[in-house]
Write a protein that binds this ligand. Structure first.
Ligand code: SF4
Length: 318
């Protein structure tokens, strides 16, 4: 079993200075369906070595993802670019908050090298929020995509981006680099934004996803939410409608797990049956693909899901 509470000692000062003064939140006992196997297979260790040798940061480690044992044993790691310090301070996220370091110009090539060494057919690239950069890091995203295309042209590329709020022209730069899948997570329903995602705006995120399709209808678009944060079922169904209005293809829904006791509390563990029910409703609303289960994460099984997305689009249009 792995712990889902981060007990890592801070490297330099607290990881979340903005949360340090908060009272500890209560802990709910994890139900049986949340338990996962501890990591440690030989392939897992090989993945770890490649990641660290290339100075890469992964969201798998930074977010304390419960699926790391499974994913890394299949050499599936989600790279997090532009450093490990984020300019936002979301209440659910364990990525360090602060002023980020300058961008590493060697990073696009390092990521491409790691993708080649891991032999990835499909890679997911995400990043911290870089509100400090004039383009929010859009150009760097594009350079990473280009470097991977050059090194391993057969690898399909999925990006999971920040919202590029108040960064005019940034989205256009990323879309022009032609990733195969453009993912931007809504994370939660609008009524929870102020507490859970205070630096973001729900309708900006919806509009971002819609704009991707307007700019390039050949891209697949994807978004995900966490449940168990106190949202109502009707709010989740409304969110599905909002995403469909933006022509989003793929929806992921997973259980929120709190990284530390200073983060937002888990209000409830949603049952596997409720996840199935969300999946059924979402499919009837017209998503090409839906993944809804307690351990669903937006990058979990991303390669298999990409193949399923392509097949679903083909079936719809033929
Ligand atoms: S689900 Fe995503 S973040 Fe979690 S271990 Fe797998 S690839 Fe990494």
């Amino acid at each position: 079993m792995v712990t889902l509470i981060d007990t890592r000692a801070p490297l330099e000062g607290p990881r979340h200075p903005e949360k340090a003064h908060r009272p500890d939140t209560g802990l709910l006992r994890k139900p049986d369906w949340i338990r996962v196997r501890a990591p440690g297979s030989p392939v897992y260790r090989e993945t770890q070595q490649i990641v660290h040798e290339n100075n890469l940061v992964t969201v798998c480690e930074e977010a304390g993802c419960p699926n790391i044992g499974e994913c890394w044993s299949k050499k599936h790691a989600t790279m997090m670019i532009m450093g490990e310090i984020c300019t936002r301070a979301c209440a659910f996220c364990n990525v360090r908050t602060g002023l980020p370091l300058p961008l590493d110009p060697a990073e696009p090539e390092n990521v491409a090298t790691a993708v080649a060494k891991l032999g990835l057919e499909h890679v997911v690239i995400t990043s911290v929020d870089r509100d400090d950069l004039p383009d929010g890091g859009a150009r760097h995203f594009a350079e990473v995509i280009t470097a991977i295309r050059r090194r391993t042209p057969g690898t399909t590329i999925e990006i999971l981006t920040p919202d590029f709020l108040r960064k005019d022209g940034a989205l256009e730069i990323v879309v022009a680099a032609k990733p195969d899948v453009f993912n931007h997570n809504l994370e939660t329903v609008p009524s929870k934004y102020l507490k859970v995602r205070p630096g973001a705006r729900y309708f900006h995120s919806i509009r971002l996803l819609q704009r991707v399709k307007e700019l390039d209808p050949t891209l697949f678009t994807k978004s995900g939410i966490m449940v168990g944060l106190g949202e109502e079922r009707n709010e989740v169904l409304q969110l599905m409608d909002d995403l469909r209005s933006a022509d989003v293809d793929f929806l992921t829904i997973g259980q929120y797990l709190q990284p530390t006791r200073k983060h937002h509390a888990v209000e409830r563990f949603v049952t596997p049956e409720e996840f199935k029910s969300y999946a059924t409703v979402a499919r009837t609303k017209g998503f090409l693909l839906v993944s809804s289960s307690p351990l669903t994460r937006s990058s979990h099984h991303a390669g298999e899901d990409f193949a399923a997305l392509k097949a679903a689009r083909l079936a719809k249009t033929s």
